[in-house]
Write a protein of this length. Structure first.
Length: 473
């Protein structure tokens, strides 16, 4: 016979107490860092009460594990094994007394006794004679301890790769919630074709085609959407193969074709002049002051909506020889890519709107107090789209269409691709060294933007003159 006595303590008052730290994994959910129970006034009483207190502690911790499992997604086999390895190391620090000998719990004889002692706290299935209700992590940890750590580690699965991707690539991002929701949605589509419990090393090209065809055929998705989703899946699988040491396995989602002729172009359209005039008229009479200023700045610069709504007052250099908006990354608003870090010249109505916005901003750092936050551009887009939809129900005309409108204006003014990219923040590719410094790039961007705006103004005036002539004829 043997008994684990490590947690029996003689208190200063001369009584015996069971005192034990709660495992770190369940402290938060149990809201308790230490477990204490009175064992008696004498050593004999303590020996008699010890087993009951120890079993109560095990049930207490087991309940914590059950609460954790209900509160979170069930652990994958690999996650459970890793948690069990950590728990086994904790258990190995305990001491077991057998026949008057103090043995480390890592000793095979002590490990067997410790496992039997812990499992005895749980009810036994009369048919199998096995304890039931034992948390998987605890059961595996006890078996690891008893087997000297010789339990095969489960193969990493698709679910493991997904959770790794969220931790490594999404956790901490300012759009963490939205990106996590998107990935969960994408992986749910995958799970209809391939179970997430499939080991990464077992994936085949046929599996990848089945995922693609499920989205195209069964869900009737736009091929362009399928292509984006397949890119997400490919990234998840690639990270998993690399980080789990499966570099010899091939990612079957690499270069999986989606026929180009089936990919519908999902572009926004430029806003026709008549529609743009009507939208502007509605905004002046119905939208809030901030929304009207935002619209004018987006229209006059071709910036992305989030680049304007997320700007700080300090980003506007209105007294510079060429007034400009200095677009840089901010904690509350990341830019799309490195090419988006740029100086955007402010000319004409955009400059006037910028001055009005700075004046109205007040003492705070944000140019637009209501929208200068994470996902603030989404709120501004939703508000502006109500006014756009009051004018047109064309699904390809949206706030983002203002960038396409500016692209058209620059093209009509014969502004070359590099200078258009300086203004709009597209990837510049191999021409990135054409202008050596920010001042030179700003000058080039200002010249191109002014030419485009002047040409658009002349075209608008010509149309108005022609309409006036027609009406008087």
């Amino acid at each position: 016979m043997g008994l684990v006595l490590r947690y029996a303590r003689l208190t200063k008052a001369g009584t015996w107490q069971y005192r034990r730290r709660v495992p770190t994994t369940v402290r938060d959910i149990l809201k308790k860092g230490e477990f204490k129970r009175f064992l008696g006034n004498t050593h004999r009483e303590a020996l008699k009460a010890y087993g009951r207190a120890d079993a109560e502690f095990e049930r207490f911790v087991a309940e914590g594990h059950r609460l954790l499992e209900r509160a979170a997604q069930p652990l994958t086999p690999l996650e459970a094994h890793r948690a069990a390895e950590r728990r086994a190391r904790e258990l190995a620090q305990e001491t077991v007394v057998i026949g008057g000998r103090e043995l480390s719990a890592s000793n095979p004889e002590a490990a067997d006794l410790l496992r039997d002692s812990r499992l005895s706290a749980f009810p036994v299935d009369p048919e199998t004679s096995e304890p039931v209700g034992v948390p998987e992590v605890e059961r595996r940890a006890l078996n690891l301890l008893a087997n000297g750590g010789r339990l095969a580690r489960p193969a990493p699965t698709i679910a493991d790769a997904k959770r790794l991707y969220i931790r490594e690539r999404i956790k901490g991002d300012i759009n963490e919630t939205a990106k996590t929701q998107r990935l969960e949605r994408v992986m749910a589509h995958l799970a209809h074709a391939i179970e997430e419990s499939r080991p990464l090393s077992d994936l085949t090209r046929e599996d990848a085609r089945e995922v693609r065809d499920h989205m195209l055929r069964d869900l009737n998705m736009n091929p362009a959407t399928v292509r984006r989703y397949m890119n997400d899946i490919r990234a998840v699988i690639s990270l998993g193969l690399t980080e789990f040491g499966l570099s010899e396995a091939l990612n079957p989602f690499l270069r999986l074709p989606i026929k180009l002729e089936t990919v519908a172009r999902d572009e926004r359209l430029p806003i026709p002049d008549e529609t743009l005039t009507a939208i502007r008229s509605r905004l002046t009479g119905n939208a809030g002051a901030e929304l009207w200023l935002i619209w004018r700045m987006v229209e006059g610069t071709g910036c992305r909506l989030g680049e304007i709504t997320g700007a700080l007052v300090s980003d506007l250099l209105l007294d510079a020889p060429i007034p400009y908006l200095n677009l840089v990354h901010h904690p509350h608003r990341r830019l799309k890519n490195d090419a988006s870090v740029r100086r955007v010249p402010l000319i004409g109505e955009a400059l006037e709107a910028a001055k009005e916005a700075v004046k109205a901003a007040g003492p705070g750092p944000f140019l637009f107090q209501r929208y200068g936050r994470v996902r603030g551009s989404d709120a501004a887009s939703a508000a502006l789209m109500k006014h756009v939809r009051a004018i047109t129900d064309n699904p390809k005309i949206a706030v983002h269409s203002l960038r396409h409108t500016m692209e058209d204006r620059l093209s009509r003014a014969r502004i070359d691709e590099f200078d258009r990219n300086l203004i709009l923040g597209h990837t510049r590719g191999s021409m990135s060294e054409r202008y050596g410094g920010p001042d030179a790039r700003l000058e080039a961007a200002a010249a191109g933007l002014k030419a485009a705006l002047d040409l658009a103004a002349r075209g608008k005036k010509a149309k108005a003159d022609a309409a006036q002539t027609t009406s008087t004829a």
